[in-house]
Design a protein around this ligand. Structure first.
Ligand SMILES: Cc1cc2nc3c(=O)[nH]c(=O)nc-3n(C[C@H](O)[C@H](O)[C@H](O)COP(=O)(O)OP(=O)(O)OC[C@H]3O[C@@H](n4cnc5c(N)ncnc54)[C@H](O)[C@@H]3O)c2cc1C
Length: 413
């Protein structure tokens, strides 16, 4: 780190100047996974977060590391869905501590996600999952092999075990952040200024945090991994032609002292899961069913009260044998941030694009974080960016807080 004294009005201001290979904006899964991946490859990389780590989509996600099976449901198990198929095994290796990313210590909530349908639709699933293409990635389960919530004698339908896993997103963020603690820094949008030239090349990042000397960072490459926050960063760099789309969701939380754990998609008549349920535990030991799927997509038009009414009806219809009296219900609105697609089509692979010396990215799914990081290192190679800069000395900036899990926040969420 160099100390320079540029003229600033009448005064000489001491400014710390730092060269680094890579600066990453955003400490959700995209930024944190990419930081690990690039540092493992030898790049001098640091991450800047302007809020709390994980406090975007990542800690609001259901944590399902899926292999694309739910897309196959629409009858289109295409090349894109095949591309995501390798993700559960990629994550399993990381969870075992093998390879470039060490996720040992991250809590796995469930080794397998499930898919079920009510009896009237069971034959649709049987025909579909009988296909040769899916063998080995899915298996029908019976009797006691079924998740507890689907074991009641009144249950009439079929249940399939998928190759997918479900991770606790808070322990995921915490593990990734703690393992790169010395390379992650807190900024705020108003104390950080990006200087870009008219070719949209980021020349410098200026940070003026209270109590420290102003800081100037010269990155060779900048990675915009700030989820919905990318919009503001793109404006700062003058990249207004890069479009982002927000896909709103209206999730429902059902909190109850005793609920059987369930990690499953319920298949209805549409090509999307009718409801997707994951189970989480609050710090006080209560169980939370976090409800997404079609319920959350169609629910964006409903206010919270109506959304809860619809969710209650769904739960009653699907689990008449579960007594949910006394449950506490709430809802959570959140947007998925993705690259602009025609007609808001759901993108099925991670997105990374090179402009100037910036990489603009959205993983589009938690599960696709490894795919995103690999796309980013491929882009660096393609643009002849090899690790060059020696590791920078620590910056005089604090380490950001890790956001609280949504189930432990005070209402309203
Ligand atoms: C309700 C819901 C459920 C989901 N469930 C699943 C699932 O089960 N499985 C799956 O694979 N995917 C799921 N997803 C998608 C997945 O959560 C996202 O694709 C993924 O978390 C996006 O990660 P990210 O790091 O790009 O963004 P985010 O998690 O949004 O992180 C962005 C980070 O950037 C920071 N930031 C913002 N602006 C700036 C700035 N100017 N400077 C510095 N930092 C900034 C934010 O504070 C935040 O920490 C779900 C999404 C939602 C909304």
């Amino acid at each position: 780190m160099r100390t320079t004294a540029p003229l600033h009005g009448m005064y000489h201001l001491v400014m710390l100047t730092l060269d680094t290979d890579i600066v990453i904006f955003g400490g959700g899964i995209a930024g944190l996974w990419t930081l690990h991946h690039l540092r493992h490859l030898g790049y001098a990389a640091l991450l800047l977060e302007n809020g709390q780590l994980g406090d975007g989509q990542t800690l609001r996600s259901q944590g399902i590391i899926h292999g694309g099976m739910k897309y196959a449901l629409s009858g289109i198990l295409n090349a894109e869905a095949e591309a995501i198929a390798g993700m559960p095994e990629r994550w399993r290796r990381a969870l075992r501590g093998e390879g470039d990313i060490d996720l040992s210590g991250v809590r796995v909530l469930c080794d397998h996600h499930y898919m079920w349908s009510q009896s009237s639709l069971a034959s649709r699933l049987t025909t579909f999952f009988g296909s040769k293409m899916l063998r080995g990635r899915i298996a029908q389960v019976h009797g006691d092999e079924r998740p507890e919530a689907l074991r009641d004698r009144a249950f009439k339908g079929s249940v399939y075990r998928l190759d997918d896993i479900v991770v606790d997103t808070h322990s995921l963020i915490e593990t990734l952040a703690q393992r790169q603690k010395n390379h992650i820094y807190q900024i705020s949008h108003h104390n950080c200024r990006i200087e870009a030239d008219d070719q949209h090349r980021t020349r410098a990042i200026f940070i003026t945090a209270a109590g420290t000397e102003p800081l100037r960072i010269h990155p060779r490459v900048v990675i915009l991994a700030a989820g919905a926050g990318n919009r503001e960063l793109l404006d700062d760099i003058g990249l207004t032609q890069q479009r982002m789309q927000l896909r709103p969701l209206h999730m429902v939380l059902m909190k109850h002292p005793q609920l059987p754990p369930l990690y499953a998609h319920c298949v209805g008549t549409s090509s999307k899961p009718r409801i997707t349920i994951t189970t989480h535990t609050t710090a006080a030991g209560e169980t939370v069913w976090y409800l997404g799927g079609e319920l959350a997509e169609s629910g964006v038009e409903r206010d919270a009260r109506l959304q809860i009414d619809v969710a209650q009806r769904e739960i009653h219809e699907l689990f008449p044998w579960i007594d949910v009296r006394g449950a506490h219900w709430s809802t959570l609105r959140v947007d998925r941030a993705e690259p602009q697609q025609e007609q808001l089509v759901k993108p099925d692979h991670a997105y990374a694009s090179w402009v100037g010396n910036n990489i603009i990215c959205w993983p589009t799914k938690l599960a696709l974080a490894p795919n995103l990081a690999e796309q980013i290192s491929a882009l660096l190679k393609e643009h002849q960016i090899e690790p060059l800069t020696p590791p920078p000395s620590p910056l005089p900036l604090p380490f950001p807080e890790i956001a609280t899990p949504i189930w432990d926040r005070r209402e309203p969420i």
